[in-house]
Design a protein around this ligand. Sequence first.
Ligand code: NAP
Ligand code: ZN
Length: 347
Amino acid sequence: MASTPALSTPSAGASFDKTTIERRDLRGDDVQIDIQYCGICHSDVHQARNEWGNSIFPMVPGHEIAGVVAAVGADVERFSVGDRVGVGCMVDSCGECEYCLAGEEQFCVRGNVQTYNGREYDGTPTYGGYSRQVVVKDRFVVEIPESLELQDAAPLLCAGITTYVPLKHWRVGEGTRVAVIGMGGLGHVGVQIAAAMGAEVTVLSQTLSKMEDGLRFGAKAYYATSDRETFKKLRSSFDLILNTVSANLDLDAYLRLLRVDGTMVTVGAPAAPDKVQAFSLIGGRRSLAGSAIGGLPDTQEMLDFCAEHDIRPAIELIGADAVDAAYDRVVASDVRYRFVIDTATIG
Ligand code: NAP
Ligand code: ZN
């Protein structure tokens, strides 16, 4: 075991402390990574505050990890020391079920092992990327393309894959009318990916305060949802709506913005249940769907896609001491558009 500096929270909603945690000795198929940057996802806030009711404390969050390989186990062939690599939301899965074999490890029948706030199959709690070093099975490590800076790549490991997969799955392409609800960490990457896929993208944000950025990210239109006129004007407009909002919404109002056969896919994960009126679906043979992160092959494909299309998250780089304040700003929708921790400041 080797100890490494980390940022840990002892209980729900408590502030972060600098501490040290243990990382396991390298197994044959392990990669030891010097973490350089880790993004702050709203899921980190949900879990550090135990909003989903499944939190394990102490907690070291972080599933948007970018760094450099420091050592590899004896059987590792895909990586060598010095490679630029990333780790997202998962660090293990059974590897044998139909979903693992299809590269959709997020749906592993045994349950995948989450990068933090999870347990290894032997029961050991997992600790995430708010730390200096991590040891991860090679199957869960991806290559960061040369043209992507590590700090820009970090948010793609969750925000990128979580938006790329539903856009791909629902076959977004040239001319598809896509709306993205919420222009935060996920949303601002989703807008860029959908635009790069050829979609005609509309942002539905609470206010118009980020309109200029939205248009720069590739949106053709930008509306404020605080203005009820928006919902009248946009009735039956979209083929696909990507809901990235961390809070409950009036889903019926948004479903009515779909064309016949349109789909609203929810990636936002509010703790409380949503309500849906059946008629909002029946009326236009509409679908309400969900999507969870993405598997390893899609994660690599997404990174390569972002590199090729020059897609970059807009980040605010912060030090370890600013994480508590950053959480409050995420909750206040005051993030432009992803906080990224410079992990060198952890210790
Ligand atoms: P974020 O940066 O906080 O962005 C969420 C955005 O939603 C905000 O910027 C805001 O955009 C909008 N919003 C917030 N509160 C709202 C409210 N009360 N009403 C309407 N709009 C509101 O969060 P994120 O990191 O992108 O994550 C978003 C959600 O996705 C979280 O719930 C997270 O847990 C979840 N998530 C799910 C997956 C998955 O696999 N499905 C993966 C990662 C994250 P505007 O200011 O533009 O309105
Ligand atoms: Zn995330």
